[in-house]
Design a protein around this ligand. Structure first.
Ligand code: B12
Length: 446
């Protein structure tokens, strides 16, 4: 539960030393409570207070880091039931299953196919993160070999899936360097799996046969000093599994139940007999509230819609998607190439850059920070005014890259032309078409 400013104030040194940048400890406490300051700015806070404040400001669902390297990811860390209340933070992690007895050649070709599943959208690389190595009874050596090959030869991170502690030990020895998730500690093996996780500083998943039955197991593991826990309520029936997800999220957020304050792992692969149905069930867990979703396989027709669904659900509804302010080169422009300016709303950028690309006329595309607003919205909000745009053109460095002095502005922003001209004496401000779809013809005609 978050602390109030007054509760935080009681834990501060109350010296009013001002070294944190504000005049009093009370003001600093208020800033901490509203997330405007960081505790580290106070040089005199005691270790005891630091611990209490860190505990109090921890999210009600623990964020758990999975894996290492470029596909390292975090699951959990959520603070709201509904996305519109604030935002969801850590996208559902997508996993496919590999049997422990797979032969090396088959694994090589699988990894090659899986690695190719990467999609560029709005400047992001959308791709899955995890492979589950599933013990199919082929022995500890086969389990370890498969885990090691994936860990060392691919970017994928791992879930090691066996309830046999000896097999798990072999897997951890082979692939522990990539910080795999151990799946699973159960009532029967919780002591040994807990010890293995603790010894190797690895996250561990707990599997029980109901939400209630998870509580003694997570309590035991946290008692052993293990913090990075993922939970599986065991249900493989769709309706019950969804109800469990909601019950766990509510218990953690609304009832402050710390024993359930962990991300979940779900298994559509064990809930359907074909990948199409698995995909539908996975989509349900992406929406509500799967931390990790395990499928039997990745195929492009299953993965792509899930990645896009995930992208949409895990963006902040209060912040439009943006691109960085600056100069973008489209198609190797040179000193004579046209200079085009627009806003940093990701949708605007991708439409405009796409049309310039299609025109095959190399251009310099200047992106002005407009707080993620479209051309007309930004203009109406005073974020794309003529003087702002002119100043931006001056300071962005484009003048060192081109010999000419012509700037093309969006047709919808025609009204700013005069002010831009005033800010950029000697430049010609050309009003482009209103719709980006007309840009190719416009650029070619120039
Ligand atoms: Co508004 N909003 N909005 N808005 N909004 C609209 C823009 C509009 C036109 C609605 C209306 O009244 N008819 C008015 C503007 C009127 C005007 O001034 N002429 C308007 C207004 C007034 C406002 C507010 C001021 C309302 C208020 O608070 N009083 C606020 C301002 C925001 C603020 O203060 N912070 C406001 C707020 C919003 C929200 C709800 C926040 C969203 C903003 C979403 C966002 O921008 N990220 C919003 C939206 C969605 C719209 C709406 C419906 C769509 C805008 C949009 O996303 N367009 C429009 C209405 C409409 O246009 N149908 C109103 C899509 C993008 C891709 O278009 O950036 O213009 P674009 O790019 C296109 C072209 O301009 C061209 O290519 C693109 C595709 O063709 N292009 C080109 C882009 N760059 C370049 C560059 C060159 C060189 C060329 C040639 C072409």
């Amino acid at each position: 539960m978050a602390l109030t400013g007054i509760q935080i104030f009681k834990l501060l040194p109350k010296t009013n030393c001002k070294e944190c940048g504000v005049p009093t400890c009370l003001a600093f406490a208020m800033n901490l409570a509203s997330g405007k300051a960081e505790l580290d700015s106070c040089p005199y806070v005691s270790d005891e207070a630091r611990e209490k404040l860190a505990e109090a400001s921890a999210p009600p669902i623990r964020p758990v880091k999975l894996g290492k390297g470029v596909r390292q990811t975090t699951t959990g860390g959520e603070t709201v039931l509904y996305r519109h209340e604030k935002t969801f933070f850590n996208p559902t992690v997508l996993a496919a299953t590999v049997a422990s007895d797979i032969d090396a050649a088959a694994l090589d070709s699988k990894l090659k196919v899986y690695n190719a599943f990467q999609y560029e959208r709005v400047g992001l690389n959308l791709r899955p993160e995890l492979l589950v190595v599933k013990d199919v009874g082929a022995g500890a050596a086969a389990f370890a070999d498969t885990a090691k090959k994936i860990a060392s030869e691919s970017e994928f991170n791992l879930v090691l899936m066996t309830e046999d502690v000896d097999v798990m030990k072999a897997g951890v020895e082979a692939a522990g360097f990539k910080r795999p998730l151990i799946y699973a500690a159960t009532e029967a093996n919780v002591d040994a799996m807990g010890a293995l996780a603790k010894e190797n500083d690895l996250p561990v998943a707990v599997k029980a046969d109901s939400v209630e039955a998870l509580i003694p197991l997570t309590t035991k593991l946290t008692g052993m000093g293990i913090k990075d826990i993922v939970i599986d309520s065991g249900s493989r029936e769709i309706k019950q599994a969804l109800e469990d997800q909601v019950a766990i999220r509510r218990a953690a957020l609304k009832a402050g139940n710390k024993a359930l304050g962990f991300p979940t792992i779900t298994f559509p692969c064990e809930m359907a007999s074909n990948l199409d149905m698995e995909t539908v069930i996975s989509a349900m867990f992406v929406a509500k509230y799967g931390g990790i979703v395990v499928m039997s396989d990745f195929t492009t027709e299953s993965l792509f819609p899930l990645l896009l669904e995930r992208l949409n659900i895990f963006t902040d509804p209060q912040r439009p998607m943006t691109v960085t302010e600056g100069i973008f080169e489209i198609g190797n422009p040179d000193e004579n190439s046209p200079v085009v300016v627009t806003t940093n709303f990701a949708l605007t950028y991708f439409i405009v850059s796409g049309e310039i690309e299609a025109s095959k006329v190399p251009c310099w595309l200047l992106i002005k920070d407009s707080e993620g607003l479209s051309v007309l919205t930004a203009w109406a909000a005073g974020k794309f005014g003529g003087d702002d745009v002119g100043m931006f053109v001056k300071k962005c460095g484009i003048m060192d890259k081109v010999k000419h002095t012509e700037l093309i502005i969006p047709g919808y922003a025609a009204a700013i032309a005069g002010d831009v001209e005033e800010e950029l004496p000697g430049w010609t401000i050309t009003v482009g078409p209103r719709e980006a779809a007309h840009l190719p013809a416009f650029l070619k005609s120039k």
